[in-house]
Design a binder for this molecule. Structure first.
Ligand SMILES: [Zn+2]
Length: 150
């Protein structure tokens, strides 16, 4: 995708909005923005939320994994969404594993909030000409992962 974006964005007019359909994961949004894409749409944050997947600053979390069953941490410790401010990973794990619709709702809410925050951060970084710094920080946090140090 990035190889094709390199080719296509280089010939698109810079004064027109650029839309990339069906993308995608946070890292793909960042890769698109770096190449001049302005708009995205994708089912991923909502579909993933309904299936127990959360996108966080520290990478993707599968809340269905047993390692979350007694984890008192929120999905994302820096997130201000209601899911991260009222519910532990352990409780979200219970909700999702039990098939409670509230689990899907909370993970979807979190994912949409995270995507909004990510795009807001990208817009702000572009406005102050610090996109490279933002991307470097994003990549460091994504690769750090979310496994709790013991
Ligand atoms: Zn959250």
């Amino acid at each position: 995708m990035t190889r094709i974006l390199d080719v296509t964005t280089s010939v698109l007019p810079e004064n027109k909005p650029r839309y990339l359909m069906g993308v995608g994961k946070p890292i793909d949004l960042v890769a698109g923005v770096i190449r001049g894409v302005d708009m995205f749409d994708c089912v991923l944050p909502t579909r993933s939320g309904r299936t127990g997947q959360a996108f966080t600053r520290n990478g993707q979390v599968n809340i269905r994994n047993a390692r979350h069953s007694a984890d008192p941490r929120p999905l994302d410790e820096l997130c201000e969404c209601p899911a991260c401010n009222g519910f532990s990973r352990g409780y979200l794990h219970h909700l999702v594993k039990s098939g409670e619709i509230l689990g899907a709702m909370l993970l979807t809410w979190h994912n949409l909030h995270y995507y909004q925050e990510l795009m807001n951060g990208l817009r702000q970084a572009i406005s102050i000409n610090k996109l490279d710094n933002f991307v470097q920080s994003f990549m460091e946090m994504q690769t750090k992962g979310d496994i709790k140090a013991i």
